[in-house]
Write a protein that binds this ligand. Structure first.
Ligand SMILES: [Zn+2]
Length: 160
């Protein structure tokens, strides 16, 4: 029962976010007018350590387009959500995360969270989808290249 209520609330939230997006094309927004706010996105369902690390890594990557929200969800919920959005999660990938472009939401499978190192690597890919505004894996990887370079060059964030 609780799960059902949560699911409904969750989908309503996503719908509202998607709705609010219709008038905002990130590509048309002047960088001066809207300085991307590093903390202007929501992280849900993560542990304190995961959220701290995620925010530190995204700050280092300096993505062209920030997500509106990043949601850590249990595996079952993750699969359900992917199905709801009719998303194809490519088999060659660890499939531990995906991005819903219309709502700029990144979903992370919290049961398949592998390691802190792989988090940044795969989040870079998802940020690549957002930057390219494309569902294409090669577009995402192309955009992710710079982000991964930033990550590699940066000193390890201290999150203990
Ligand atoms: Zn992808």
């Amino acid at each position: 029962m609780k799960l059902r209520i949560w699911t409904t609330l969750f989908l309503v939230t996503i719908a509202q976010v998607a709705w609010g997006q219709t008038s905002t094309n990130p590509k048309l927004v002047n960088a001066e007018a809207t300085e991307p706010s590093v903390n202007g996105y929501t992280v849900l369902g993560a542990t304190f350590e995961q959220e701290t690390l995620l925010r530190a890594q995204i700050r280092i990557m300096q993505p062209d387009v920030y997500p509106l929200r990043v949601l850590f969800v249990p595996h079952r919920k993750y699969v359900d959500t992917a199905r709801t959005f009719r998303l194809h999660v490519p088999a060659g990938y660890t499939s531990a995360m995906f991005t819903h472009l219309p709502s700029r939401s990144v979903f992370i499978d919290s049961d398949r969270y592998v390691s802190d190192d792989s988090l940044g690597y795969w989040v870079a890919h998802e940020l690549g989808h957002l930057a390219a505004n494309s569902a294409s894996e090669s577009d995402a990887d192309k955009a992710a290249r710079d982000y991964r370079k930033h990550l590699k060059d940066a000193p390890k964030p201290h999150v203990h």
